[in-house]
Design a protein around this ligand. Structure first.
Ligand code: FES
Length: 171
């Protein structure tokens, strides 16, 4: 049997204590609160690295595979560090038939970032997601909470430029 080693050296102890307090405050069966615990952990740490997932699995007495299955199923959970702006390109059917794949390609090209990765400047994280329920606006992308509809690949340059300029103005 392979036993996974829990290396917590990269996790901030005070944040782990806060997570422990949150888990202790939960009533009823701990395993039923998995999604809430993951949300709390992501809000504390910014993302959910493997060792944090394993820590949560042990705390909730769940198999590590179950925790990882939930993390990878929901697009709002991140296993890697995320940029200031998360660009989510919808790859649902309505968006796909209207060229979402070309929009995604352009997003990756303009930001110099692969799907699932964070840009070198820490500004953007690129994701492809399932239908976000705005099919009438296909193809759709979101940047954090803002929705962009009927996006063409050539629109991507201006959209990204806008977020870069916000950043530069703040420097
Ligand atoms: S398929 Fe993209 S919003 Fe529904």
């Amino acid at each position: 049997m392979i036993r996974k080693i829990l290396d917590m050296s990269t996790l901030d102890k005070s944040l782990l204590n806060e997570l422990d307090d949150y888990i202790l405050s939960l009533e009823g069966k701990k395993e039923e609160h998995l999604i809430h615990v993951l949300h709390k952990a992501q809000s504390l740490f910014g993302y959910l690295p493997q060792n944090l997932q394993l820590y949560i699995a042990r705390k909730l007495d769940l198999p590590a595979a179950r925790v990882n299955g939930v993390v990878t199923f929901y697009s709002f959970f991140n296993e890697k560090p995320v940029g200031k702006y998360t660009i989510s390109v919808c790859m649902g059917t309505a968006c796909f038939v209207k060229g979402a794949d070309k929009v995604l390609d352009r997003v990756m090209e303009v930001t110099g970032t692969k799907k699932g990765e964070m840009s070198k400047d820490g500004l953007f994280t690129i994701k492809d997601v399932r239908c976000i329920g705005a099919c009438g606006l296909a193809p759709v992308l979101t940047i954090n909470d803002k929705v962009y509809g009927k996006v063409k690949p050539k629109d991507v340059d201006d959209i990204i430029r806008h977020y870069r300029s916000i950043q530069n103005d703040r420097k």
